[in-house]
Design a protein around this ligand. Structure first.
Ligand code: MN
Ligand code: MN
Length: 460
């Protein structure tokens, strides 16, 4: 007699709308989407995101003080990266469950000498951050977010353009009537970074013969509103981001159009997953980094030693006899990041059998990288099998994909920077359309499924 077959022979993926089809599930999907849209509307920079996380953590009883009695610990660095830890029933010597995501998104930064006047207009010089398609950021309302730090150390927050009564800024674009020559150019040549200057003023002050009267007006406004001078802009981080709230998308309102799904969808999902689980078996760690979009560099990126030092502190407080290297080697991690959803208009750059799809839940990316998997963390199949079991037992839909056709492009995430410690790690996140654009698209059912997937993982 042949062995009993417990699993179906063929794999077929599930549409999450069918999985979450009951009235109660649909309400949960909708409620969670509302909460997520509110989060996205509030959090458009890494600092705003970390502030949101710190407030939510404080409300949930996470403490900034670490002792041998602490069970929920939160530790932030420079307001741009943050670690949350909830102590498990098992010691750290038996490993941890870590979810990491990044809280920065592509955007347009102001240069340090930003303000100038030309043709009776005041403009800001900019320097883009992360991988953008420049033309997508032109001729649309932009809000100005960030901080200016005074010489005495005072940090002045700036947030203009979100309230409908606020003015917005914009980067102008060429009219089609005079774009005949530009239209013949290669896309990479047609839009120059040095032409991404943001319009910031037009009304002059002073007398007719004065020089740079429009620039002067903008400086007077900055001084009156923020107490900021032109020199203070040297010690500023000011970012132009798409203005306005996250929106329900589609006539059925089934999707969310917004700035920053990459990767705030995973920040939200990880936070939501952590704050809705009770005391876990293994210690839960949730980590949000900055600078992923420019290579995870700097003191607040995933290549920094922030996590290593923070985990050593936790170990010193909770299990001083345990070696850090042992904890790392037994750790299990998910690098939570979005994947590119199959776009029917650009199906030619995707390989349909191994593409990520809207509506199929969080998507595992066993490896990222370019060409011959260059620069990839390639997750071990033993770990993939473990995760399949966890999610299937929890009844959470998920799928498996890679980014586009081989040799067409590529991408990377923070996974490889954690893999160096010997821990198990894999990329996972929802599928997004128009990734890195000012208006990324994500399915409401996918954000729900992602939270459920991360919950199942953190509880394991
Ligand atoms: Mn990302
Ligand atoms: Mn990205």
């Amino acid at each position: 007699m042949s062995k009993k077959i417990e699993e179906p022979l063929e794999h077929s993926s599930r549409n999450c709308w069918d999985v979450y089809s009951s009235a109660a599930d649909r309400k949960a999907v909708s409620d969670r989407a509302d909460k997520y849209m509110d989060f996205l509307t509030r959090c458009k920079t890494e600092r705003e995101t970390v502030d949101y996380v710190l407030a939510a953590a404080a409300k949930a009883g996470f403490e900034t003080k670490l002792t041998d009695k602490t069970t929920a610990y939160v530790h932030a660095q420079r307001g741009k990266t943050v670690l949350l830890a909830r102590r498990g029933k098992k010691p750290l010597a038996e490993g941890f469950r870590l979810v990491g995501a990044h809280c920065d998104s592509p955007r347009i930064d102001l240069k340090q000498h930003p303000l100038y006047e030309d043709t009776d207009m005041a403009l800001f010089k900019t320097h883009y951050y992360g991988g953008i398609r420049k033309h997508q950021w032109m001729a649309r309302p932009l809000a100005l977010h960030g901080v200016v730090v005074k010489k005495d150390g005072r940090v002045v927050p700036v947030r203009v353009g979100e309230d409908v009564s606020d003015p917005v800024l914009t980067i102008t674009d060429l009219l089609p009537h005079l774009a005949y020559k530009q239209a013949e150019q290669k896309l990479a040549d047609a839009f120059e970074a040095e032409k991404l200057n943001a319009l910031a003023g037009h009304e002059p002050v002073g007398k007719t013969d004065d020089k740079d009267r429009v620039k002067r007006h903008v400086l007077e406004l900055l001084s009156a509103r923020y107490g900021v001078t032109e020199a203070d802009l040297f010690s500023a981080e000011l970012q132009l981001v798409p203005a306005g709230p996250a929106r329900s998308l589609g006539l059925d309102g089934s999707m969310i159009g917004a700035y920053g799904h990459d990767d705030r969808s995973c920040v939200f999902s990880a936070l939501e997953a952590l704050l809705t689980t009770e005391q876990p078996e293994h210690t839960q760690l949730v980590l949000f980094w900055d600078k992923e979009e420019i290579g995870s560099e700097g003191a607040t990126g995933a290549q920094s030693l922030f996590f290593e030092y923070a985990l050593q502190d936790i170990l010193d407080a909770w299990e001083p006899k345990t070696k850090l290297s042992h904890v790392f080697a037994r750790g299990m991690a998910i690098s939570a990041d979005v994947n590119a959803a199959m776009d029917p208009d650009y199906a030619d750059v995707y390989e349909k059998l191994n593409a990520a799809y809207m509506g199929q839940g969080a998507c595992f990316n066993k490896f990222t990288g370019h060409r011959g998997k260059s620069g990839a963390n390639d997750a071990h199949p033993e770990y993939v099998a473990f995760l399949r079991r966890i999610l299937d037992e929890a009844g959470v839909p998920w799928h498996m994909a890679e980014l586009g056709k081989v040799d067409i492009g590529g991408g990377g995430t923070v996974a490889k920077f954690l893999a160096v410690y010997g821990m198990d790690i894999i990329d996972m996140g929802p599928a997004v359309l128009s990734m890195h654009s000012p208006f990324e698209v994500l399915s409401k059912v996918d954000i729900h499924a992602t939270v459920e997937a991360l919950r199942a993982f953190l509880k394991s």
